[in-house]
Design a protein around this ligand. Sequence first.
Ligand SMILES: [Zn+2]
Length: 417
Amino acid sequence: MLLPLIKDRYSTTIHKTGSEEFASINSDYEFSLGKGVPIFKYFYVMHFSTVVGQKDLIRHFLNEVNNEKVGHAQLFLGKPGYGSLPLALAFVQFLFCENKGATDSCGKCSSCRKVQNLQHPDLHFSFPTVQAIGKTSDSMLGEWRQQLIERPYFNLNTWIKKMDAQERKPIISVHESEEIIKKLSLRSYEGGYKVMVIWMAEEMNVSCANKLLKIIEEPPKKTLFILLAESQEFMLQTILSRCQIVKVPRVKTEEITQHLKNTLNVGSGEAESAASMGDGDVIEALSLLGSHENQNENRDQFIQLMRVCYKKDVLEMIQWAENTAAVSREQQKVFLKYALHMFRQSMLQNYTEDHLTKVSEQEHLFLEKFAQFISGNNVFDFMKTFNEAHYHIERNANSKILFTNLSFNVMRYIHGA
Ligand SMILES: [Zn+2]
């Protein structure tokens, strides 16, 4: 599990990072990945150059701003771990920068500094809040800024934990839409764009979304809406149709590996394996890195699941589900990611040269025998089931029932290769 541990948020020491770019970032800080893992340095991501990967999209944003063709309502679609929020921040910083370079904001002008400190008067944020704690984003702005500064790659789960010890479900309510309209009807302080970033836009309830339709369709001059959502599945059609869709794809494994190696004290093998298991998701890769010491447990748990399901031993399957449900949710999620990684590796083992697979020696021995049970006939079922399980664990599903169901599905699929 990733445990951020701020040592010195406003450290005056400039850490050597191997890149000039990072020296201008004033919010260097250190965090720990927990037991047995050394303390690493991480930083405040705001420049395009500090976004992990996404080079094509960055080029697209540079063109938009340079050609003065910025769409007034853009919906970024992609998992938080693909970097939609850091991208949005870097985009806004570039848009506001008074001394733009060819490929990035300067990071030094007064606009850049205000964006970096999350204090730019024309940059507004809107995000889900637990209504019992605060009805609008402004009530949680301190926590929000702290989260962005600590770690701009984060997901809804992290945000919920930060806001509320009881972990209640947050929403973006109609009170928030009133605030949004109020903020955007004011004149821009700095005379340029006014930007409203709506994070986790799928958490807007219907009355909030309906209230925003008009202003999204016909915004005041020089207004930019950036909505961020994981998928369009839960977005109202009326909002979707008013936005320019920007698909934020998975980050390339090599780029995540490089990022982990550049920014954290990890070896190549460790970085590569976390990046590969993270499947294009920086948040996942970081959390997998922290759980590296549990890798053998994941492997044993995976092998056991496959064995008992292959034997169709229902009692042992239930026992397995109970054991798995007993570990922490974070660990359960890591296990599910690990299983997805093993399915992918099995396919690679079957259809490509052995040396392409990214596994340890013991895993390799297991896969040599196991891979024959994974084929085009069942791999999509496996992937879908394990991905859905991950989704539901993140949303507090009953893990005993979930893992029992999962094992029954595995039993069906494994005999259908
Ligand atoms: Zn600047």
